[in-house]
Design a protein around this ligand. Structure first.
Ligand code: HAM
Length: 505
């Protein structure tokens, strides 16, 4: 919002004065604004409700109310005179982050970042708004129907990203040969999916991603799972709370090959199989039949998917195939990394995104109360679907919502309170400048300072110090200041002393 407009909202008299002077001096170009009486403040609500009128709303491609007006047809929201109370809640499925929630979010993201860096990964990010085409794949994935997409003012189809992987692939292609492989990249970013809301599933969530580009060997998947285990251990979650179900899409591929099912149906079959826990088995069978699979092939496929032991899988598929070889290697590496007790083979894990090609894994809570905590796998062919060269790649996404639920369940959420090191207060109004100088000195020394900005009684200052968990109270009083000194009180012990400003650290 231009500064003039924000002033109009803040304070009518001030805004009018400001506008008059700035318009007359003509220093700030703002030719279109017309001075007019400030609207009744309650009318502002109608502005914000108008701003969320259908023309501007972002809605699911599957939902009603799809916008998509032409840019020429988009006009500014009407300014209505009627009074309308705004809904103070954020849109359904989205969250505000007041300070206490923001502290928790920062705590979680710091762990994500520290773990990633300890594995030698570099942080990246991408725009939340991407071209819609980046997320459209032909396999009929659920994520496609959950897309928040619309046409922008330049008639481009755009979407709020539902995941980070396609953006990462786009950037890798764009960088081309200018980067040397392997890339180890991580990101923490907000994703948007028009989901049916359940515990731990919302319409906006943050996802921690770690991806390795350019390593074809299972060592990469083993390293990624190791990083997630490292995260779990740091926050107090053990192998008895959480496990990883691991399989490989090559298992399915080998079964499909036995029945000469065309390769191009592979993604679609995976997406159907992924729905197994959500829809009745008859539906699954029907959908697979509609792809042209015979009853016998479907029966065998479902049988293989029920296998939970690697030895059994080897008996059925033989030891020669890549699926068994990859999985055996992963389990052997897990032993070396030291996280064997965290992982188990489960052929039913295929994951719902079409692009996976090899090992896939999902983190789950052993009590079975929550949705998947995290998930990932190998996607060696995603880049070529965007017109790039194929580069081996694997990674995972780890949401912020389910993990918070789990930490809550286990009593592992940290107590995070506001914490400042110093509270600085002038004892007389005319000493406020002196207090500001004290605050500046301390801040320059790297200390945090809550400066009392108004004249307040000491009782108020102590209350505030308790609320902010300040460690020291620094009082700037007349007699001390004249001697170049301030009073310091250590709030935990009550110890009190005077110190020269030059010596204050
Ligand atoms: P995904 O399984 O769709 O994979 O999502 C990964 C994780 O994001 C989930 O396990 C969950 O923690 C979280 N998540 C997903 N949707 C929601 C939601 N609506 N509300 C809250 N949390 C959610 C992917 O997105 C892949 N791109 C991951 C990946 C990265 N694969 C390779 N690299």
């Amino acid at each position: 919002m231009p500064v003039h407009a924000s002033l109009l909202i803040l304070k009518p008299s001030l805004a009018t004065t400001f506008l008059r002077s700035s318009l007359s001096s003509a220093l700030v170009p703002f030719p279109l604004i017309r001075l007019r009486p400030f609207p009744n403040p309650r009318n502002l609500s109608s502005l914000s409700s108008a701003a969320s009128s259908p023309t501007h709303s972002l809605v699911s491609s599957s939902g009603d109310n799809v916008g998509g007006g032409r840019s020429g047809a988009i006009s500014p929201p009407p300014i209505e005179d009627s009074v309308q109370k705004i809904d103070v809640n954020p849109p359904r499925g989205t969250r505000d982050f007041p300070p206490e929630d923001m502290r928790l979010r920062n705590w979680l993201f710091n762990h994500f970042r520290e773990v990633s860096r300890s594995f030698g990964f570099e942080e990246v990010d991408f725009p939340v708004l991407e071209s819609e085409a980046l997320f459209i794949r032909k396999a009929g994935e659920e994520i496609r129907d959950q897309l928040y997409c619309f046409e922008d003012r330049g008639n481009r189809r755009v979407a709020l990203r539902p995941e980070l992987t396609p953006s990462l692939a786009r950037l890798v292609i764009q960088k081309g040969k200018s980067v040397s492989l392997p890339l180890k990249w991580f990101a923490v970013g907000q994703c948007w999916r028009y989901e049916r809301m359940t515990r731990g599933r919302r319409r906006e969530h943050y996802q921690w991603n770690m991806d390795i580009i350019g390593v074809p060997e299972v060592m990469a998947e083993a390293e990624l799972i190791s990083s997630i285990v490292t995260f779990f251990k740091r926050v107090g979650i053990t192998a008895s709370d959480v496990g990883f179900k691991v399989s490989s899409r090559k298992v399915l591929q080998e079964v499909l090959r036995c029945y000469s099912i065309p390769e191009n149906l592979f993604g679609k079959v995976c997406v159907i199989i992924d729905k197994m826990e959500k829809i009745p088995i008859d539906e699954i069978t029907k959908e697979l039949k509609s792809l042209g699979m015979s009853e016998e092939a479907i029966k065998d496929l479902l049988q293989v998917l029920s296998i939970k032991s690697l030895t059994k899988l080897e008996e059925i598929l033989g030891a020669a195939g890549e699926a068994v070889a990859d999985l055996k290697q992963l389990f052997s590496l897990a032993e070396k990394f030291g996280y064997s007790e965290w992982i188990q083979f489960d052929a039913s894990v295929v994951r719902g995104l079409a692009y996976y090609t090899g090992i896939v894994f999902e983190g789950f809570d052993r009590e079975g109360k929550l949705r998947a905590i995290c998930g990932g796998g190998r996607y060696d062919r995603l880049l070529s679907t965007f017109g790039g060269d194929d580069v081996p790649a694997c990674g995972f996404g780890f949401g912020d919502a389910v993990i918070i639920e789990l930490l809550k369940e286990k009593g592992l959420l940290p107590e995070l309170s506001l914490q400042v090191e110093n509270i600085v207060c002038a004892l007389d109004h005319y000493l406020q400048g002196a207090a500001a100088a004290v605050a500046t000195r301390l801040r320059e020394k790297g200390q945090s300072v809550d400066l009392v900005l108004e004249s307040k009684p000491l009782k108020w200052v102590f209350k505030r110090a308790a609320r902010t968990n300040a460690q020291r109270l620094i009082l700037v009083g007349n007699s001390e200041w004249q001697r170049g000194m301030v009073s310091v009180k250590i709030l935990s012990s009550g110890e009190q002393y005077e110190i020269k400003l030059d010596e204050l650290e």
